[in-house]
Design a protein around this ligand. Structure first.
Ligand code: ADP
Length: 432
């Protein structure tokens, strides 16, 4: 296999900025590709606040590019940094990316998201053109990077070092498509000639996801079953027909587990370590979690946990009716997540009512999440649909049984009724 120069373009990547599984994939796949001998550069927005919290300091910009967008010229600094051996180019534009949320306030979206990601994808192409080695492939992730193949093929053919690059577009979640009023086409400089039903037009509006599907050379999604599901009305979000016309370039590749980044045998976030065959440390992790979250200390009390974006997809409303019975049986419950305010309110109320038995952490905390994976007994993931949930994969890696709804490629069935024990994607071998 010849060595390629691959440029990842995405809105988030661990450990720099993360809201969900996208960041895990964009954080770990480049390392796996580099191990195969490829050169990989990751382009991300410069999320100043989130980066500040990690302690990573990007220093001064390496390049500054002018971009004509939004009715004027913007000056865009590009930072060139290495984190954990991986090269990142950060697109700085503080009025667009220096915000509390990556995509919007809790449960919402920023009004100027089209401008933010049109600028970002344009800057990513400009950045790639400045790299020492010509780019062979752009790997674009989700709607935030979906305009890149369209812009590349319509407006950047004069940039010799990128014009010949192929494009892969990966759909991590088809539910989020990036839909905006058509009045913004000229403002962000999209090619008007592609605004039609076989292009990026969607019921009279702009649909960024469609731009990626239409123009990318290949489309992948995060599991083989999801590649099939999105061709059906139940999971296609009105794009099933459009996707079917592009199915010749669609395939599903199941997300993997980064066994180095997620390893209970040496995870620095844990109070004790363990692995298959040596599980004494797991009991100490449970004890530590109960203490940390002010739950009653009890080795024999089952701890059920859920770590999730609090969005309708994740099925919290399916699970809440089960809580009274679990509480009555004396189980302990831990919820870690943020998102739609009504879910946050319901969990806050539960935690207040059952202090010492139900704990709700309202926010995002990577280290706490790891202690919850390690310290609980059963992991809850009642998703209504799941492209390829990483949560149950991490749970199993940390010795915790996932209790999931039967969506995706179910692998292990254990109990009947509404919930089943298993995986939301077919990676049974990870159980070992
Ligand atoms: P999705 O990408 O749909 O949000 P996944 O299951 O694929 O769902 O991935 C979710 C990722 O985000 C996992 O790494 C999970 O541990 C992490 N995560 C979700 N919510 C939180 C939170 N509140 N704090 C810390 N990590 C979280």
């Amino acid at each position: 296999m010849s060595k390629r120069h691959i440029v990842f373009v995405a809105s988030e990547a661990a450990p720099l900025a993360k809201t969900g599984g996208l960041a895990d994939v964009v954080g770990s796949l480049p390392l796996a590709l580099r191990a195969l001998g490829h050169e990989v550069t990751v382009v991300l927005p410069y999320h100043r606040r989130q980066l500040g919290a990690t302690g990573i300091v990007p220093g001064t910009a390496r390049w500054i590019v002018p971009l004509w967008i939004g009715g004027g010229v913007r000056t865009v600094p590009l930072h060139d940094i290495v984190v954990g051996g991986q090269r990142f180019i950060l697109v700085e534009q503080d009025d667009l990316f220096d915000r509390d949320g990556l995509y919007g306030p809790p449960g919402g979206a920023y009004e100027d998201n089209l401008l933010r990601y049109a600028l970002f994808t344009r800057a990513a192409i400009e950045a790639a053109a400045l790299l020492e080695n010509p780019v062979d492939l752009f790997h674009c992730h989700d709607w935030q990077a979906a305009l890149l193949p369209l812009l590349l093929k319509t407006q950047y053919q004069h940039h010799a070092s990128v014009a010949g690059a192929s494009t892969v577009f990966t759909i991590h979640n088809l539910a989020y498509q990036g839909i905006f009023p058509a009045t913004q086409i000229a403002q962000v400089g999209l090619p008007p000639e592609s605004f039609h039903p076989e292009g990026y037009e969607f019921y009279g509006q702009i649909n960024c996801m469609k731009a990626g599907i239409m123009m990318a050379d290949a489309i992948t999604t995060v599991s083989p079953s999801y590649a099939e599901e999105i061709l059906t009305p139940a999971y296609g979000w009105h794009l099933e027909g459009f996707l079917a016309r592009h199915r010749h370039k669609l395939s599903g590749i199941v997300n993997g587990l980064d066994t180095v980044a997620w390893n209970p045998a040496d995870d620095p976030a844990l109070p004790a370590h363990f692995q298959a065959g040596q599980v004494a440390g797991k009991a100490r992790c449970k004890q530590g979690l109960q203490q940390e979250l002010a739950l009653a200390a009890s080795a024999r009390t089952p701890v059920l946990a859920m770590i999730s974006r609090l969005a309708e997809q994740k099925g919290l409303d399916l699970l809440l009716p089960c809580v009274p019975e679990w509480v009555q049986r004396g189980h302990q419950l831990v919820f870690l997540g943020s998102g739609e305010p009504h879910y946050e309110a319901a969990l806050r109320e539960l935690a207040e009512r059952h202090r010492g038995q139900v704990h709700f952490f309202d926010g995002f905390d990577e280290a706490l999440a790891r202690r919850v994976y390690a310290g609980s007994d059963i992991f809850l993931m009642p998703s209504r649909f799941e492209p390829c949930g990483l949560v149950p994969i991490y749970a199993m890696r940390y010795g915790t049984l996932p209790l999931v709804r039967r969506v995706g490629d179910e692998a292990v069935r254990y109990c009947g009724g509404q919930f089943e024990i298993g995986l939301t994607c077919g990676r049974r071998e990870l159980l070992d």
